[in-house]
Design a binder for this molecule. Structure first.
Ligand code: GTP
Ligand code: MG
Length: 149
């Protein structure tokens, strides 16, 4: 099955939104197979967002991501990458639809509460940045027979 990497950013943690966000994935039928709280180091922040290294917002993005604890997760399920991206909503909360995480919970691009991988290749890269294989669990949800045809 497909896996994606999700991170509740420091604003989401400090605003007390961890439970709301995790609950959305659980209710959708996705499976949390790894989860931890950590403070991101400077080198990890730069590696995570290396595709944006040349952008003007890169320094503020890196300092924001390091500014407090985050909750990193691996989320599993069929088509997990596009399904989670659609649940997260557009990068700029002024364009994110109500019903999405950013559309319900955020106001500004630089404080948009959550990160999710944008492709299966990014997911693989980001999961390996944050987790060892031994930290990823294998189990069955009791409702899998009703989630999948
Ligand atoms: P992530 O899931 O965090 O990667 O967001 P995304 O894939 O929706 O957006 P993208 O990868 O293009 O940008 C990464 C992050 O950089 C965004 O989530 C924002 O927090 C931040 N960012 C992107 N564009 C801007 C911008 O124009 N200004 C500021 N301040 N931050 C930006
Ligand atoms: Mg991105």
């Amino acid at each position: 099955t497909d896996r994606t990497f999700v991170m509740i950013k420091p604003d989401g943690v400090q605003r007390g939104l961890i439970g709301d966000i995790v609950s959305r994935f659980e209710r959708r039928g996705l499976k949390i197979v790894a989860m931890k709280m950590l403070v991101v180091s400077d080198s990890l922040a730069k590696k995570h967002y290396e595709e944006h290294a040349a952008k003007p917002f890169f320094p503020s993005l890196v300092s924001f991501i390091k500014s407090g604890p985050v909750v990193a997760m691996v989320v599993e399920g069929r088509n997990a990458v596009p399904i989670v991206r659609s649940m997260v909503g557009a990068t700029s909360p002024s364009n994110s639809s109500p019903g999405t995480i950013r559309g319900d919970l955020a106001l500004e691009t630089g404080r948009n509460v959550i990160h999710a991988s944008d492709s299966p290749e990014s997911a693989k890269r980001e999961i390996s940045l944050y987790f060892d294989n031994s930290e990823i669990a294998t189990y069955k949800r009791i409702d899998e027979q009703w989630l999948y045809e």
